[in-house]
Design a protein around this ligand. Structure first.
Ligand SMILES: Cc1cc2nc3c(=O)[nH]c(=O)nc-3n(C[C@H](O)[C@H](O)[C@H](O)COP(=O)(O)O)c2cc1C
Ligand SMILES: C=C(O[C@@H]1CC(C(=O)O)=C[C@@H](OP(=O)(O)O)[C@H]1O)C(=O)O
Length: 364
């Protein structure tokens, strides 16, 4: 199904950036799970646009759970989440209706939907659709937490400015994860955080945009999650990660850097210390598509925001004539700092789906 993902835990996403509301339906959660609404609010805050480093379209992003939730617990029936769009300014898109924005989905949507798509604010392709993903992800995060599984993401590289990477040593890693849970701008090193902040502000002043690389960790996922070949843990998680607008690359462990090493340099030696572990974690906690018990380490590349204020070359969708585009409206000079919580959210949904499958299989 086009707008639904998941096997036992299914999520369906709907809405447009300038429509009445956006939302999602979560199906497959068992009855009797307590939902911590404060945690949902905390996660939504991390995605909110704030200050000069984000779009000036400020939305309240109040989460309404309108079904499947009663007296603080899930009922076992589909959970519907609604978030109203309250701060739209659709006139920003009137003048440039047929001027296709380079690198946005305008041209592809025009062709696929024969011009019937809601083009305002990127319509269904807007980063705005990630708000319900964060609300749904917050529920998954709570359930995983009870199982001792933690997920965290930080900006490892913004336009060339680097943060401290995740530590291999467990105590240090858990400290980093706990720190990230409390940060709205997810950078571990304070100096790097400041430099990244200034870099985004500078790009904004120039009417331009910047991108970067996120590093994520799924900590304490037991060994044995994922299927060989088609439903590998890598495939399942990448499918979700590539659903996030502006994500253009995903890799696990050393990823593309494997290419420059000998096997002897990068094989993860096994040892036993209360459980089976590896001395290094170049494979990012996955072998044969299945979790090996080490932290799952993932990199995702977030491209610079397509809507920039500099003049760009494009074509008119109707006449196909070459035209100049100067956009109006409110846009993120960088997406990465807001996308980080979206990445945590989809990872939580993906992992929970696979855990529910494993639990169901063990009851057969
Ligand atoms: C949280 C978030 C905010 C975004 N904000 C903007 C924005 O303000 N302006 C824009 O042009 N694109 C923004 N995007 C990215 C576009 O939605 C995305 O680039 C577009 O849909 C095309 O998809 P693609 O980049 O995956 O090819 C945002 C994405 C996310 C995840
Ligand atoms: C509103 C959000 O971001 C929007 C994402 C977005 C896009 O093209 O993705 C375009 C802009 O929409 P508008 O032109 O309506 O201001 C951003 O503001 C949000 O993320 O909540």
């Amino acid at each position: 199904m086009k707008n639904t993902f998941g096997n036992l835990l299914q999520i369906t996403l709907f809405g447009e950036s300038h429509g009445a509301a956006i939302g999602c339906v979560i199906d497959g959660l068992p009855a009797g799970i307590a939902i911590d609404e404060d945690l949902i609010k905390k996660q939504m805050e991390k995605r909110k646009a704030k200050g000069r480093i984000s779009t000036q379209r400020h939305e309240a992003d109040e989460v309404h759970i309108v079904s499947g939730y009663f007296n603080g617990y899930t009922t076992g029936t589909p959970i519907t989440i609604l978030i109203e769009n309250t701060n739209t300014r659709s006139k920003d898109y009137t003048k440039t209706r047929y001027r296709l924005r380079p690198s946005h989905a305008d041209y592809c949507a025009e062709v696929k939907y024969n011009g019937y798509q809601d083009y305002r604010g990127g319509g269904h392709f807007s980063g705005r659709l990630t708000a319900p993903l964060v609300a749904a992800g917050a529920i998954a995060i709570q359930i995983l937490k009870q199982k001792g599984i933690e997920i965290a993401t930080h900006i490892e590289n913004l336009h060339g400015i680097c943060d401290t990477p995740f530590h291999h040593e467990e105590t240090m890693l858990t400290q980093q994860i706990n720190k990230l849970h409390e940060l709205e701008f997810a950078v571990l090193d304070d100096n790097a955080a400041q430099a990244m902040h200034s870099c985004i502000e500078d790009a904004a002043k120039q009417g331009d945009s910047v991108g970067g690389i996120l590093e994520s960790c799924i900590y304490n996922l037991p060994c044995g999650i994922g299927e060989p070949f088609f439903d590998s843990l890598e495939s399942h998680l990448s499918h979700l990660l590539f659903s996030i607008p502006a994500i253009k690359g995903v890799s696990f462990g050393l990823g593309f850097d494997f290419a420059k090493h000998y096997g002897s340099e990068v094989n993860d030696a096994l040892y036993f210390d209360t459980k089976v572990k590896t001395k290094t974690n170049n494979n990012g906690g996955i072998n044969g598509g299945i979790s090996n018990g080490m932290p799952i380490l993932i990199h995702t590349v977030v491209k610079p925001t397509p809507s920039i204020y500099k003049q760009q070359d494009t074509i008119d969708a109707k006449t196909k004539e070459a035209v100049k585009l100067v956009i109006e409206g409110r846009h993120d000079p960088a997406i990465i700092h807001r996308a980080r919580v979206v990445v945590d959210s989809v990872l939580a949904l993906g992992v929970l789906d696979l855990l529910l499958e494993k639990e169901a299989a063990s009851h057969l």
